[in-house]
Write a protein that binds this ligand. Sequence first.
Ligand SMILES: Nc1ncnc2c1ncn2[C@@H]1O[C@H](COP(=O)(O)OP(=O)(O)OP(=O)(O)O)[C@@H](O)[C@H]1O
Length: 229
Amino acid sequence: MLSCHDLNARYGVAHVLFDVSLELRAGRVLSLLGRNGAGKSTLLKTLMGLLPAHSGTVAFEGRRIDGLPPWHVARLGLGYVPEERRIFVDLSVQDNIEVGERAGSPWTRERLYGIFPALREFRKRPAGLLSGGQQQMLTVARTLAGGPAVLLIDEPTEGLAPVMVQTLESVMAQLKREGQTMLVAAQDLRFALSIADDICVMNLGRVVHACSGDDARADAARLRQLFTL
Ligand SMILES: Nc1ncnc2c1ncn2[C@@H]1O[C@H](COP(=O)(O)OP(=O)(O)OP(=O)(O)O)[C@@H](O)[C@H]1O
């Protein structure tokens, strides 16, 4: 469904992604693991067209999308939840979701409220009054409201209290059960393993290991080693 091949990306003269290739299949969750600075965020930005690919290709549903502007990539069906939560703090929770809504999205507001009950409860509140974890949920819900075929999420558990991490984990598991295709960048090995069908480990801008989630869960110690290279 979404793939890249020999992707290279730079910030100015700094070469950050090196020949990255991966494939995300429909209905699956790919966890992109790597410690700080491994290149996960840069990869998501490059897939979205927020950072131009220096070389290599990105394809979505059989069509080249590298070189397209981010709004076009989003319209084709890629939804991006950046690491920093970009909610409209003065708008209500409901209005924030409405901003993301697109006609024909399978993720109707009622369905989203079913998955994120706290958002239903606080729907009239200004979004700026939500906790960090609830703001993270709102960002995910707003992106889903646009009906993305693929959801790209950057470090969803970063900076959240353990109880919120658990909530988010069960939300992501439910999204997965409902067939949402996802690419999830994470440093949290336990979280990444809990939802992954497939795993890619990045280090210093390269994919250093790729395997199935089942293989990774069977030998988490080896994965931890690779991950901390
Ligand atoms: N805007 C930028 N300009 C220059 N270098 C950058 C920029 N953003 C990131 N980098 C560098 O690119 C490399 C990859 O960073 P990236 O943020 O993609 O890693 P990451 O795996 O997502 O880690 P993190 O979890 O810290 O975001 C790092 O060496 C980082 O310092």
